[in-house]
Design a protein around this ligand. Structure first.
Ligand code: KG4
Ligand code: ZN
Length: 344
C-alpha cells in the first residue's frame, strides 16, 4: 500500500493506492480563499496544517487500512506555493521516519500529465497532454513514464486566469470557471466575436492576457453603465468559445504533428463542459483516443501523485527514496532530464 499526499495549492489531498488501484482519494478544498477572489498563500499553508491529519485519517479509514499496512509514501514537492508544499512534504517526511518507509518526491505537473493513464489503462503512449488550470496552460508530448517534453506554454496568463479574471469583471465571483461554464450553457457562443490569440501561429504557445482586455473593451463600449443580466449568458458563451477554440485546435494540431495515439486533458479547466465536448468531437474526427479524467483525478488530487510514485518505484530507484534529502521547489516544472519530442 502507498499513501500519497498533495498540498501544492489550495487542496489538501491524501490517497491510498494498492499498486495502481486507488482505494481512497480524499480531497479537502479550502473555501477560505473565495472571499478574497484568489488563493492567499499564507492562509493556504495554515489551512493545510489544520486539515492534513484529518484528511490522512479519512483516507486510511476509507481504504480500510492503518499506517502499519503502508509500505511507501509519496508527496508533491514542486511546483506550487512554497509554504503549502512544505506542509505536505514535511508531514510525509515525518511519517517516513516514524514508520521507517520510503517517501517518493513527485512533481505535481507529472501527476497531471499521467492522470489520463490512471483514468484509462487502455490509453497508449505516445500521448499529447494539455495541462490547463488556474496556474498552467501547457502542451506536453508524453512518450513513456520516464520521458516527456514540453511543446509550448502560455506566454502570460493561464486559461483558468482568463476565466477567473473575466468572471470578476462581470461581477460573478470566484472561481470564475465553473460560473462561466454554467451561464454559457444558456448563451449563444457566436454572439460576440472575441479574439483567438495565437490560433494561427505555428508554435504551441498560448496567450490569454489579451482576453480580459478585449472583454473589458467590449463592456466599456457596449455596456458602460453595467452589463444587463440577460446579456451574461451570451458574453460567457462567447468568451468560453474563444478560449476553447484555441485550446482544442492547438492540442489537435500537436497530436497530429507528433502522431500521438492519445490526447489527455488535465487540471481545473479540463472540467469545462465545452472543452470536453469540443475536444472529444475533434479527437474522434482524427481517430485519436481521447481521455478526460474524472473530476477527482483532474482537479488537484493525491491519487495522481500516488500513481506517478508507483511508476517510479516500479522503475526501481527505491534506496534513494529513503534518504529524504529532497526539498520543495515552488517553480520547477520538471525534476528530471527528459527525452526530446520528435516531430513527424
Ligand atoms: O487545477 P486547479 O484546481 O488549480 C490550479 O492549479 O489553479 O484549477 C483551478 C482553475 C480555476 O481557474 C477555475 O476557474 C478553473 O480551474 N475551472 C474551470 C472550471 N472548473 C474549474 N474553468 C472553466 N470551466 C470549468 N468548469
Ligand atoms: Zn494542478
Amino acid at each position: 500500500m502507498l499513501v500519497a499526499i498533495e498540498s501544492s495549492c489550495d487542496e489538501t489531498s491524501v490517497a491510498v493506492l494498492n499498486g495502481t488501484d486507488v482505494l481512497s482519494n480524499i480531497i479537502s478544498s479550502q473555501l477560505i480563499h473565495s472571499k478574497w477572489g484568489g488563493v492567499i498563500p499564507e492562509l493556504a499553508s495554515r489551512a493545510h496544517i489544520e486539515s492534513i491529519t484529518h484528511v490522512l485519517n479519512a483516507a486510511l479509514d476509507e481504504a480500510g487500512i492503518g499506517m502499519g499496512n503502508v509500505h511507501a509514501l509519496a508527496c508533491t514537492t514542486a511546483p506550487g506555493l512554497a509554504g503549502a508544499l512544505l506542509v505536505g512534504t514535511n508531514f510525509a517526511k515525518g511519517l517516513s521516519l516514524k514508520y521507517n518507509i520510503p517517501c517518493v518526491p513527485v512533481n505535481h505537473i507529472e501527476g497531471h500529465l499521467y492522470s489520463g493513464f490512471l483514468e484509462d489503462d487502455t490509453l497508449q503512449f505516445p500521448a499529447v497532454t494539455l495541462v490547463v488550470s488556474g496556474g498552467h496552460t501547457s502542451l506536453f508530448f508524453v512518450e513513456s513514464y520516464s520521458s516527456y517534453a514540453i511543446l509550448g506554454s502560455t506566454r502570460d496568463d493561464a486559461a483558468g486566469e482568463a476565466f477567473d479574471k473575466t468572471a470578476k469583471m462581470l461581477g460573478l465571483g470566484y472561481p470564475g470557471g465553473p460560473l462561466i461554464d454554467a451561464l454559457a450553457r444558456q448563451g449563444n457562443p457566436s454572439a460576440i466575436e472575441f479574439p483567438r490569440p495565437l490560433l494561427h501561429s505555428q508554435s504551441f504557445e498560448f496567450s490569454f492576457s489579451g482576453m480580459k482586455t478585449s472583454v473589458r473593451h467590449y463592456l466599456q463600449t457596449h455596456h458602460p453603465d453595467g452589463v444587463p443580466h440577460n446579456m451574461l449568458p451570451d458574453i460567457c458563451a462567447s468568451l468560453q468559445a474563444a478560449i476553447v477554440d484555441v485550446l482544442v485546435q492547438k492540442t489537435i494540431r500537436a497530436a497530429t504533428e507528433y502522431a500521438a495515439s492519445g490526447i489527455v486533458i488535465a487540471g481545473g479547466v479540463s472540467a469545462n463542459s465545452a472543452l470536453r465536448q469540443e475536444m472529444a468531437i475533434a479527437a474522434r474526427k482524427k481517430n485519436i483516443h481521447f481521455v478526460a479524467p474524472r473530476a477527482s483525478y483532474s482537479l488537484d488530487n493525491a491519487a495522481m501523485i500516488g500513481f506517478v510514485a508507483q511508476k517510479k518505484l516500479q522503475a526501481g530507484d527505491s534506496p534513494s527514496f529513503r534518504r529524504l534529502d529532497f526539498e520543495v521547489n515552488s517553480k520547477a516544472l520538471r525534476m528530471h532530464k527528459h527525452g526530446s519530442a520528435a516531430r513527424t
